[in-house]
Design a protein around this ligand. Structure first.
Ligand SMILES: [Zn+2]
Ligand SMILES: [Zn+2]
Length: 485
């Protein structure tokens, strides 16, 4: 990409009616429709229009802009643009504080208004959760449409929404395009461009180089994607209406006796959750949950979010997409029998819990058995540990004896030459090894960190082994006293 001087200083001319901005007044494409460009894609488009790389704009233009606008709301710890392209600009398009900050700075830099609609900020009072995908998915058919008459493709905000997995226009699943060209054909790093809808490896516009193809979407998926598309188209009206209008409309809809119960059941949620949400101002629901409610009765989500219940004829009756959480009853007699069995068979609490498909906390209901099983498991573990330690002492003692026969000292290199396998650092054997060298009078031996943490019993066993060895070996090595402390 050709480089130009960076336009940080705006033109200040007293004759101009409109104050010049640092960056062009280039609006996001598809503004106030369901196909609105995401703020991330918009940033890349703006950079492209200026023949600047996004890195130059993000590092050197936007921080200057931010310092000029009022930042008394809060003092950010990081300069704007920190990690800007992480997860394909997740921070720019979400509905959190970082997106708010990006909108403010981008509006100041371009002089545009209403960039909120290129993010999910208008929905922040309505829904919860992680609504933005970590990667840019595309509908390649839409990109092809963008390129008719030589236009450039752009990334839709809709494609970044997690509940959407297909293009409602072309009824195809969204894909993360994989470049199908060989690495030989990919562009050198400095020639690549960052632009939504363009392959980042070979710069193929509209991802024509892709090797993965989109599958056909199901009717239910298309319905959900279309609902989200309508929500984006109406996002500024939805934000103006506010969440309480939606709650009131829902209360009215559920006023006839039994409606709330039936609706909750069909949309895969507990009735108590639905009624609490209708009662409690400020309580939010996930977008997937709202979609399931609308799917059950064929309501229009975008209308509902503006406080109107629209019930198109012949619609509705779609099954919820989320799986209902099931709370199983615990068979306490079976759990008790399993705990008794565990005592006899030497099983641990974890194994009992896994076999009975309950959590450990449920086992504590059978307190006496729980304590017995736990104590038995601890005793078993201690025994196993003891056996492991004794085996380690045996192994090292055998090495020392073998080396003494050959008239060699107990050192790691000599031990390796024995061909009985190495000693893993930080294993029990390594600890025994260093203590044994020390105990046999090797002043160059350093005690490993694990050796200093060994228990009293263990040290006594090692001492016994050293005494045995010294009785057998008539060497000139002098034993240093081993202290258990
Ligand atoms: Zn499409
Ligand atoms: Zn490519």
């Amino acid at each position: 990409m050709r480089e130009k001087p960076i336009p940080v200083e705006p033109l200040q001319s007293p004759t101009m009616a409109v104050q010049a901005t640092v960056l062009y007044h280039l609006a996001p494409r598809g503004a106030s429709t369901g196909d609105v460009e995401s703020l991330f894609s918009h940033l890349l488009s703006v950079c492209h229009a200026h023949h600047l790389s996004p890195r130059q704009v993000v590092d050197r233009v936007l921080p200057v802009v931010e310092r000029r606008i009022d930042t008394t709301i809060y003092t950010p710890r990081y300069q704007i643009g920190w990690g800007w392209d992480k997860h394909a600009g997740l921070d720019l398009v979400g509905m959190h504080r970082s997106a708010e900050r990006w909108v403010r700075v981008m509006e100041a830099a371009t002089g545009l208004k209403g960039l909120r609609c290129a993010t999910l900020l208008p929905l922040q009072e309505f829904t919860t959760g992680n609504l933005i995908t970590d990667e840019e998915r595309v509908c390649t058919d839409c990109l092809d449409v963008d390129m008719i008459d030589g236009g450039l493709p752009y990334g839709r905000l809709l494609w970044r929404m997690r509940p959407v997995n297909c293009c409602p226009i072309h009824r195809k699943r969204l894909i993360v395009p994989e470049c199908g060209r060989s690495p030989r054909d990919s562009k050198p790093e400095y020639e690549r461009i960052r632009f939504s809808g363009v392959c980042s490896k070979c710069c193929s516009i509209g991802h024509r180089c892709r090797r993965n193809q989109a599958e056909a979407a199901t009717d239910a998926e298309v319905w959900r994607a279309e609902q989200c598309r309508q929500v984006l188209a109406a996002s500024s009206a939805i934000e103006t209406a506010g969440p309480e209008a939606m709650r009131a409309a829902m209360r009215e809809y559920c006023a006839p006796r039994g409606t709330a119960c039936s609706l909750a059941h069909r949309s895969g949620m507990h009735k108590s959750v639905l009624s609490e949400w209708m009662r409690t101002p400020g309580m939010r629901m996930s977008l997937d949950q709202l979609l399931d409610i609308c799917a059950a009765d064929g309501l229009e989500l975008a209308e509902l979010m503006q406080g109107r219940v629209e019930h198109p004829a012949g619609a509705g009756g779609l099954a919820p997409a989320r799986e209902r959480r099931q709370a199983k009853r615990v068979d306490h007699d079976a759990v008790q029998q399993a705990l008794i069995g565990a005592l006899a068979e030497g099983l641990s609490l974890t194994e009992v819990a896994r076999a009975q498909r309950v959590d450990i906390k449920t086992l504590t209901r059978h307190r006496d058995l729980y304590v017995q099983v736990r104590a038995a498991a601890a005793a078993r573990r201690a025994q196993e540990e003891e056996a492991r330690h004794l085996a380690a002492i045996d192994k090292v003692e055998g090495m020392a004896r073998e080396l003494a026969k050959r008239g060699r000292r107990l050192t790691p290199r000599n031990a390796q030459g024995l061909g009985v396998g190495g000693i893993m650092p930080s294993s029990a054997e390594a600890a025994v090894f260093s203590l044994m060298r020390f105990g046999l009078g090797d002043r160059s031996a350093r005690l490993s960190a694990s050796a200093t943490r060994l228990g009293h019993r263990f040290i006594l066993r090692i001492n016994e082994s050293i005494v045995r060895l010294r009785a057998e070996i008539e060497g000139d090595q002098l034993q240093l006293p081993l202290s258990p402390d």
